[in-house]
Design a protein around this ligand. Structure first.
Ligand code: GLU
Length: 291
């Protein structure tokens, strides 16, 4: 089977040092495998989208020498595909009437990504006086062997998660009708034939949910590599909110060398005189480390 990788940015602003590091890692892995590298714009979370950020991101990638090996897709144009998958999952989903506040107020525990675990209030139907808000996917009980998801991450090593106690039943369709990231990402990775996922470690704990959805949809599970996220001086993940600086696109070589250092690649930096010569050195350096 040929290698298909992808970079899947959300157009919530321009790329910063953190998202660029992820882009570089996914591109290096694809090229080290002589594979295809795709770009997918994940623009389903409409309130967070910034107009023009998608094209800004694509231009930044191109300036750094990263071009997609296929048509760029926008999730907003693929809604029917998520609807089809949602229909296929019907036996495993249920309507939920709980508000965020009701869930937060419940005496439940916190999952491994810091979110409150859904207490299961609507698992057996919604109360008479309540209206359906969102749709949740039922995860197996702790006693079910399918509840435990085990996978080996190529950077982070062996991972083991219990869906019932680490995440709980999770939303696949929101109250406003939008599809969640967890559902859409699985549908697209499967339909685009993605074999290898390289992304930021902030998504490590989403992986078990995605592997679970893959199993329900009979989709193959790709291989995973989660690269360490870039943090600011306070140790917070770099983002617009935590003060990420805009990349200086007049200095693409510097941007790429910074990303490579963050990925712990040892390059002869003085001999990198162009974007092309960066990739010529970086691809074998990545291959030596990860293949
Ligand atoms: N759209 C997600 C983000 O920008 C990445 C999704 C993924 O790589 O699975 O954080």
């Amino acid at each position: 089977m040929g290698y298909v990788g992808r970079f899947a940015p959300s157009p919530t602003g321009p790329l910063h040092a953190g998202s660029l590091r992820t882009a570089v890692a996914s591109y290096l892995d694809a090229k080290a495998h002589q594979g295809l590298w795709l770009i997918r714009i994940e623009d389903l979370d409409t309130p967070r989208n910034i107009l023009g950020a998608d094209h800004d991101i694509i231009t930044t990638l191109a300036t750094c020498g990263m071009h997609a090996d296929g048509d760029i897709v926008w999730q907003s144009q693929r809604q029917h595909l998520y609807q089809t998958a949602f229909n296929q999952l019907q036996a495993f989903t249920y309507a939920c009437a709980c508000s965020r506040k009701e869930i937060a107020d419940s005496q439940t525990h916190i999952g491994n990504d810091g979110a409150v675990i859904y207490p299961g209030t609507c698992r057996d139907g919604i109360a008479m006086n309540k209206v359906n808000r969102s749709w949740r996917l039922r995860v197996p009980d702790t006693t079910d062997s399918k509840n435990k998801i085990i996978f080996i991450d190529r950077w982070q090593g062996l991972q083991e998660e219990s869906l019932a106690t680490d995440t709980g039943d999770f939303v696949v369709k929101r109250a406003d009708g939008t599809w969640t990231y967890q559902l859409a990402v699985v549908v697209d990775d499967a339909l685009q034939g993605v074999t290898h996922i390289v992304r930021g470690a902030d998504l490590l704990h989403s992986t078990a949910r995605q592997i679970f959805i893959q199993s329900l949809l009979h989709a193959p599970t790709p291989s995973y590599l989660h690269v360490p996220v870039v943090t600011n001086t306070l140790g917070e993940k770099l983002s617009k909110q935590t003060g990420a600086e805009k990349l200086d696109l007049t200095q693409p070589i510097e941007i790429l060398l910074t990303a490579a250092r963050g990925l712990e690649l040892k390059l002869e930096e003085q001999s990198v005189k162009s974007v092309e010569s960066f990739w010529q050195q970086a691809i074998p350096a990545w291959a030596a480390r990860f293949l």
